[in-house]
Design a protein around this ligand. Structure first.
Ligand SMILES: C[S@@+](CC[C@H](N)C(=O)[O-])C[C@H]1O[C@@H](n2cnc3c(N)ncnc32)[C@H](O)[C@@H]1O
Length: 298
């Protein structure tokens, strides 16, 4: 069974900053961290693979569509490196969406400045997060504060603030205001190349499936049976995966889907004749972990 599965020659290692990244073959130094988020399930480590995928094409893709944008590192990289003429990023979570709305609007400087001016104490963070956001700008600031001070960057209901921090520095251990402001200001310069939509990614890809000039990068929330913790990574963690796979069969353009290595995913892919690659990752304690890349039938 599963004969189609190929193993990509990429070795991933756990680096000091807690991120998994390719350590051989792929040039890790070539990955620029552009996102202001530290996103659970973020795909910074996959950037070199996505870059190769888009560059290997005979004709440049007009548009990359990222229906489950989250921290948006793929879309941002595509815009930054002009791997396509345009990027459309879609995200359903209104808190995450607020950040993208503001950064890609004329209000980006307000957000950068508020981050630079914020006096990061547990009291100030709690107060800022507990108060009702009066507008999208305030909601964006609350989201960044949660994302940078909550354990693992997880903002889903039930997640909580760092106590001892991830390097003994308490809640400030992932708070880099100058870096965040710089990233926000840089993304704002890319805004002509990026469209952000607060919407249902599934509906969007279904409506655009007829387009031949697009490539979809699809990184859905996924929880393998038995992996309860995954449920709490995102507020919107439930998705009809069979429907997503069905929609993928109707794409006239290219796509790459990424999933955790679960048999149910392999089955959904094989049922539709898609190709599967397993990307090996070196996890903690030298346990090998794989991610699945699903692409059109070859
Ligand atoms: C695995 S994460 C994406 C991570 C992203 N690739 C990155 O590198 O940061 C999946 C995202 O999909 C979002 N999401 C869940 N259901 C959605 C839907 N129906 N439409 C759009 N976004 C959705 C979640 O809120 C979450 O941000």
């Amino acid at each position: 069974m599963f004969q189609q599965t190929q193993v990509l020659p990429i070795q991933l290692s756990l680096f000091d900053d807690g991120q998994l990244r390719p350590s051989t073959i792929v040039n890790v130094a070539s990955v620029k961290q552009l996102s202001p988020f530290r996103y659970p399930g973020g795909k910074t480590w996959l950037v070199p693979v996505v870059r190769d995928w888009l560059k290997a094409r005979k004709e440049k893709i007009h548009e990359v569509i990222e229906p489950f944008a989250g921290g948006g590192i793929i879309g941002l990289t595509v815009a930054h490196e002009q791997l396509a003429d345009h990027v459309t990023m879609i995200e359903l979570d209104p808190d995450v969406a607020a950040v993208w709305h503001v950064i890609l609007s004329k209000d980006f400087e307000w957000l950068a400045q508020r981050i630079l001016d914020f006096d990061l104490t547990p009291e100030n963070v709690n107060q800022a997060i507990a108060s009702e956001a009066r507008n999208t700008k305030e909601r964006a600031l609350q989201t960044i504060l949660k994302n940078r001070t909550y354990h693992g960057g997880i903002m889903a209901p039930g997640s909580g603030q760092l106590k001892h921090g991830e390097n003994g520095k308490g809640i400030a251990s992932r708070w880099y205001p100058e870096t965040l402001a710089r990233r926000i200001r840089y993304i704002a310069t890319l805004r002509d190349r990026i469209t952000f939509l607060e919407a249902d990614g599934l509906e969007y890809i279904e409506r655009t499936a007829f387009r031949t000039d697009v490539a979809y990068f699809i990184d859905p929330p996924y929880t393998a049976p038995g992996k309860q913790a995954g449920n709490r990574l995102y507020r919107f963690h439930q998705l009809d995966h069979e429907r997503l796979f069905d929609i993928a069969t109707t794409f006239k353009g290219d796509f790459m889907m990424t999933y955790d290595n679960a048999e149910s995913v392999q089955e959904m892919a094989e049922k539709r004749g898609f190709s599967i690659s397993r990307v090996p990752m070196k996890g903690t304690h030298h346990k090998e972990v794989f991610e699945l890349l699903v692409s059109p039938a070859q």
